[in-house]
Ligand binder design. Structure first.
Ligand SMILES: O=C(O)C(=O)[C@H](O)CO
Ligand SMILES: [Mg+2]
Length: 259
């Protein structure tokens, strides 16, 4: 049975970040995810999770200079020391939040280097971080992003991510399958999910093409949840932009939260 995590970077933005945990719990969620916790004290975040009985499903390693357009550096040659420091910072938060999944963003390709150099850097960095995280039972996620929203991102296709996970060859590195990106770049989602199978480490959803509630747009999510049930049993992150208010748009998830 599909179970859902509220993405607090995109949902409940009507209230300040620290108040979003309460809103997610009141709406019936028992897990949350968000992009970045680093502006906040890990103890205060852990307290919000504990007060509201929430599990932290996922968050991202620091992405570099987000406002300048950076989207991580795991695949960027020359940024290895920064990647490793960021992985260590994220690990400290993951331990404080008892979070078992952390997303390592690959980065926007650097035109000074060719594909092979990016790929080799990505594999080396991910192996290093996976070994660091393994003793804590934490899985690192890699996520393809569509090239319309994030042009130049190192990773755009799901099977490319699967191939990289196989090359990285660590049991605690998996693919973060965001069905919004996957539909834009790959399509044929029922078959894709089956093909990815055990490599799926986390799932996120939104409508296509506008990234709103999954109840609208071109995807039939009730069907996709049934397909996912056969291959994945973790939380599904609700990473979408509410079309109106968050609460108004939650009708689609109520039947699942009530079960
Ligand atoms: O954009 C997404 O889909 C994500 O999940 C990333 O973590 C943030 O870019
Ligand atoms: Mg995503």
């Amino acid at each position: 049975m599909a179970k859902f995590a509220a993405n607090l970077t995109m949902l409940f933005t009507e209230v300040p970040f620290m108040e979003r945990f309460a809103h997610a719990a009141d709406a019936g969620f028992d897990a949350v995810e968000f992009l970045f916790p680093y502006d906040f004290d890990s103890g205060e975040l852990a307290e919000q999770l504990a007060i509201h009985g929430l599990e932290q499903a996922l968050f991202n390693m620091p992405p570099g200079n987000w406002d300048a357009g950076e989207r991580g550096m795991a695949a960027i040659p020359g940024r290895e020391a920064e990647f490793r420091a960021n992985a260590e910072q994220a690990l400290a938060y993951a331990l404080a939040l008892n979070c078992k999944k952390v997303h390592a963003m690959a980065g926007i390709v650097d035109s000074q280097y060719d594909y092979d150099a990016h790929r080799a850097t990505f594999i080396d960095n991910l192996r290093w971080a996976a070994d660091l995280y393994a003793e804590h039972g934490i899985t690192i996620q890699i996520e393809p992003l569509n090239d319309r929203d994030v042009p130049g991102y190192f990773l755009a296709h799901q099977m490319e991510a699967v191939e990289l996970v196989e090359a990285i060859d660590r049991a605690n590195v998996k693919v973060q399958l965001d069905l919004y990106h996957a539909q834009i770049m790959d399509g044929d989602l029922s078959r894709l999910i089956a093909q990815m199978g055990q490599h799926i480490g986390h799932v996120q959803i939104a409508s296509v093409p506008e990234r709103h509630e999954p109840s609208e747009g071109e995807l039939n999510y009730p069907h996709l949840f049934e397909v996912l049930d056969q291959h994945y049993d973790g939380y599904i992150g609700c990473e979408y932009k509410p079309r109106h208010s968050t609460a108004f748009g939650l009708g689609w998830v109520k039947p699942y939260l009530a079960k």
